[in-house]
Design a protein around this ligand. Structure first.
Ligand SMILES: Nc1ncnc2c1ncn2[C@@H]1O[C@H](COP(=O)(O)OP(=O)(O)O)[C@@H](O)[C@H]1O
Ligand SMILES: [Mg+2]
Length: 237
């Protein structure tokens, strides 16, 4: 019995001869902010991609909201990513041809929301994230911190159940990084979004309810500050 919203169980995945995950188990509860730490090359991104249905594990299982998702076909995993998950990556990955506002509206447009309605949803994020007046800019006209806040708004605008963030402050200076982190965790908590946050900065992990560490393709929960539903957490060896 588990109350996890998103969970990996004994996930294994190799890239050719390179074993990236070797029986990794990890879970996050509804509304929980989970920091995933660990050295470079330990398998953090691969684990995040497995949880998000981007990569399919060779062995093990992935569950979202009580349903197994790793065995779904690409079309259904893609729909899940579009409808239920949000993403923020290290380098914002904004679409350079679009304005900041259009970038934020993009997940809604992909979900079939009409353009005017999508832009109306996107706009309040600019004031909320300290980006007033920047909605018409393109990514080339934004600072790194501004672009990452736009990427954050894009990740949250469709009110995903889970936000996956892979080193979202990795390319920012520490002050800017902390501001982005505070905004991210604040906005996610406000709308009850679960956050799986990969980072190798301990300072960043301080914003999380719990920390896990990935080493040699295995994951381990370090702190137990938050126990969703009081359920015992799975801890991998
Ligand atoms: N697309 C890929 N092709 C081949 N090897 C990969 C690929 N992605 C990751 N790896 C390898 O898998 C291991 C884990 O990588 P990754 O999950 O990116 O680690 P982290 O995010 O912790 O730095 C590393 O040895 C890495 O070189
Ligand atoms: Mg990585």
């Amino acid at each position: 019995m588990s109350t996890a919203l998103i969970e990996a169980r004994d996930v294994e995945l190799a890239f050719g001869e390179t074993p990236a995950l070797r029986g990794a188990s990890l879970s996050a509860g509804p509304g929980e902010v989970l920091a995933v730490m660990g050295p470079s090359g330990s398998g953090k991104s691969t684990l995040l991609h497995c949880l998000a249905g981007i990569l399919v594990p060779d062995a093990g299982e992935v569950y979202f909201d009580g349903q197994r998702i790793d065995n779904l076909g690409e079309a259904r995993r893609s729909a899940l990513r579009r409808d239920r998950f949000g993403f923020v990556f290290q380098f914002g990955q904004l679409v350079p041809e679009l304005t900041a506002e259009e970038n934020v509206a993009l997940p809604l447009l992909l979900n079939g929301v009409r353009r005017s309605a999508a832009l109306a949803e996107a706009r309040p994020w600019f004031a909320r994230l300290g980006l007033d007046g920047l909605g018409g800019r393109r990514s080339g006209e934004l600072s790194g911190g501004q672009a990452q806040r736009v990427a954050l708004a894009r990740g949250l605008v469709a009110r995903p159940r889970v936000l996956f963030a892979d080193e979202p402050t990795g390319a920012l200076d520490s002050l800017t990084g902390e501001q982005v982190m505070e905004l991210m965790v604040g906005a996610a908590r406000e709308q009850g979004t679960t956050v799986v946050l990969v980072t190798h900065e301990p300072r960043v992990a301080a914003y999380a309810d719990r920390e896990a560490v990935v080493r040699d393709g295995k994951a381990k929960i370090l702190s137990m500050g938050y126990a969703p539903g009081g359920a015992a957490e799975r801890v991998a060896s």
